[in-house]
Design a protein around this ligand. Sequence first.
Ligand code: GAR
Length: 200
Amino acid sequence: MKNLGILLSGRGSNFEAIARNVEAGKIPAKIAVVVSNREDAPGLARARALKLEARFISSQGKGREEYDREVVRVLQQLHVDLVCLAGFMRILSPYFVRAFPRRILNIHPGLLPAFPGLDAQKQALDYGVKFTGCTVHIVDEGVDTGPIVCQAVVPVYDEDTVDSLSARILEEEHRIYTEAICLMLEDRIRIDGRRVLLRK
Ligand code: GAR
């Protein structure tokens, strides 16, 4: 059985969706650890309530790589095979990315390469696009730049606010994150340059 390590900073709804699907047997893995850089992250409390290994690792007074070394140590100690960023609001250092080559996934609330970085849903509304969505990608050393594993498209309506649009996107996030995790765990993809292709 493969081990997942989940990193989060906030609400943790993507983590909860993953946990539900692990529990339901839809994801062939176990959650070995949930790590947060925020002590008060609701997702961390939820992980504790679910009796999962949950660790708060403070970043206070630490450099980016120093912090990442600490997180990587925990993930390695617990034999994590696949790292899932689920609303983890920190940029990973090259050290972290190299410690788990092609074994880190991130979910982004926009159709990359459009609207990378923070507040992707607000960026989409402000730009005036008629469709946006979400992306699960493999993390490389850039910000939101790695090879794309799954995407889903979501319409933007005239009445939308950032909240209503975010909620519509979030539903799709929960669905495609599980899909992408399964593709990775079951080794059903191969990477050709930037392209993530299904193995024949
Ligand atoms: C999600 O919308 C996720 O896509 C986004 O943060 C939210 C976390 O929600 N991530 C990013 O913006 C990463 N740049 P959650 O804590 O309920 O899963």
